[in-house]
Design a protein around this ligand. Structure first.
Ligand code: AMP
Length: 397
């Protein structure tokens, strides 16, 4: 299968070729022709599947045929959960539309609204937005969605996880009923299906998880350690195991900043991304990490969601998350698409309850490996699951 056979225009194909793509990914092969027909879709696709081009390319083609956007109107809305993801999608839209006469804009919180408002005046063919800032700007009449032609909900599951359901519902109420809707989500829980019911009309369901693709292999371990020794253990692991790059999760913004300083003082390049950093600083840190100029990226959970980093070899939980599900999200950052990834958690005695919650959720005991020289004084109790397994059953039927 080649891009030529998908029904895309020569202007779009030229931009795709320049980007260096030779063949469409599975989601692109399946979604592009259906979207070009004007149909709604429900697509199960992960970050890394090429889903962005899967919806952006056909949307650009549809838009290039219609009439231009009026002042303060938007023709397409792409809703995403995070600023980082919004910025990445916008970048993609600009790349793929370089030979078309279409206007794209991106709006998200954390930066001044005025420049965004000015840009919206001339009308927008493709608007990429996070829900909160979009609602602010709609309330200020900077943008109107009453002539919207296409709605994309990207990473719908994450948007729900992050509590955007009410914002999404408010936005949906402002849209014209006759429109094309594309919903992308990594998972299809009952909650997503419920949301989808209110949104899509007779959708084509698409799944891009190739059956023959090996499931990602993630090796995860716990290193029991005293709290005060965690920074030293982390640096020891980076150096002794020669990690090329790692994403390290901390619970707090201050913790992230402190840890970056510690790592840098040990001669290793590092940067933090979290909600207190300016958008510019976050984008810069991510770009430097992707370009391999920074070895260690330290992030809080919210900041890390939606970041487009693929096939990370190493993820570290410097502290365990309070919410057990976040553990699964965090370690899912490694071992994508059939590659092996490593996830390690530095766990102190205080965190036993969090560890038990995670093991209960994933229904398995995480292997514990003590590192020489870092054996904890405050011992981490044995896993609750292990205790349960050893207990003889009280009754037998
Ligand atoms: P996404 O899942 O949309 O975040 O895309 C994942 C990565 O794959 C991005 O870095 C894209 O630039 C890249 N990509 C998308 N489509 C293709 C393709 N057909 N061939 C090669 N790389 C692609």
């Amino acid at each position: 299968m080649s891009f030529d056979s998908l029904g895309l225009s020569s202007e779009i194909l030229a931009a795709v070729t320049e980007k260096g793509y030779k063949t469409p990914s599975l989601i692109q092969e399946k979604a592009i022709p259906v979207i070009l027909q004007g149909k709604d879709i429900l697509a199960a696709a992960q970050t890394g599947s090429g889903k962005t081009a899967g919806f952006v390319l056909p949307i650009l083609q549809l838009l290039s045929k219609g009439k231009k956007a009026g002042p303060n109107k938007a023709r397409t809305l792409i809703l995403t959960p995070t600023r980082e993801l919004a910025a990445q999608i916008y970048e993609n839209v600009q790349t793929y539309s370089k030979y078309l006469d279409l206007k794209a804009n991106v709006i998200f919180g954390g930066v001044k609204p005025n420049p965004q408002m000015m840009k919206l005046r001339r009308g927008t063919d493709v608007l990429v937005a996070t829900p909160g800032r979009l609602l602010d700007l709609i309330n200020q009449r900077a943008v109107s969605l009453n002539e919207l032609e296409i709605l994309v909900l990207d990473e719908a599951d994450r948007m729900l996880d992050m509590g955007f359901i009410h914002d999404i519902k408010r936005i949906i109420k402002m849209l014209p009923p006759r429109r094309q809707t594309l919903l992308f989500s990594a998972t299809f829980s009952a909650e997503i299906r419920k949301l989808a019911k209110q949104l899509v009309n007779n959708p084509v369901e698409i799944s891009a998880t190739p059956k023959n693709q090996a499931a990602p292999t993630i090796i995860h371990k716990v290193h029991p350690v005293d709290k005060s020794k965690k920074p030293a253990l982390l640096v020891h692991l980076i150096k002794s195991q020669e990690w090329t790059q790692a994403l390290v999760f901390t619970r707090t913004k201050h913790g992230a900043n402190r840890l970056v300083k510690y790592i840098e003082n040990n001669g290793i390049t590092a940067a933090a991304i979290h909600g207190n950093k300016s958008q510019g600083a976050r984008t810069r840190a991510l770009a430097e990490f992707k370009a391999n100029e920074i070895r260690i990226l330290v992030a809080t959970d919210i900041a890390a969601r939606g970041i487009d980093i693929h096939q990370l070899p190493q993820v570290v939980n410097f502290e365990l998350p309070n919410v057990a599900e976040d553990y699964v999200h965090r370690i899912g950052r490694t071992g994508r698409a059939g590659r092996t990834g490593n996830a390690v958690s530095l766990v102190c005695n205080d965190e036993f309850k969090d560890l038990s919650g995670i093991e209960k959720l994933i229904q398995s005991e995480i292997e514990r490996v003590e590192v020489e020289g870092f054996k904890p004084v405050n011992v981490l109790p044995a896993s609750n699951l292990a205790k349960k397994a050893k207990k003889p059953k009280k009754f037998s039927k």
